[in-house]
Design a binder for this molecule. Sequence first.
Ligand code: 5RP
Length: 220
Amino acid sequence: MSATDKKRGAAQASLEFIPPGTTLGVGTGSTVNFLIELLPGLRDNIDRIVSSSRATTALLEEQGFEVLTLNQVNGELDVYIDGADETTKRLHLIKGGGGALTREKVLAGAARRFVCIVDDSKFVGMLGKFPLPIEVLPMAQEAVGRHLLKLRGQPIWREGFVTDNGNHILDVHDLQIANPVELEDRLNRIPGVVTVGIFARRPADVLLIASDDGVRELRA
Ligand code: 5RP
């Protein structure tokens, strides 16, 4: 089965987490884009919808949804569905390959349930092979980079990319993330860091992993 078919399968499996009356948060990326294609079929179940990026908002609007801000739904979501760049069996994630990590982290934190949809290439024993995205204030980029070098990471500026919040991304190579909660906290304390792409303090609640054998569900 191709990666595309697996992504579509994981997206399809997540539909069961959208019962009638749902206030839904929608993530960003190619896996979530399959979900967005399927959402019109569940329109009656979706009370209100909130997006994690300009790109996702544009796609949802193409499907005829009125996209609300998180403030307009009083800062609370029933369900947030999003992809990931890496995940472990403890449902710790690396996110931000698409650069939307800050709004994604806000929506995940506002959700009663966070459902993560991936193909099996994203499932790893330890986080860190995928370069860790960190959103930084542009004026702090060099200073944050120096801190990261001290932690033995190799930060690479995602040149030419500006986030929806007007910030920059450093992709940090060569990190061995044996303790994701501890590293997330540590990186969050560096002045100028806006958001770290480790989602361990608030991991997913449900992981749907698509493989050749179908979609497997893991729970935290
Ligand atoms: C965007 C993300 C995405 O969820 C992550 O990059 C996975 O993307 P894809 O579904 O295209 O593999 O974190 O910021």
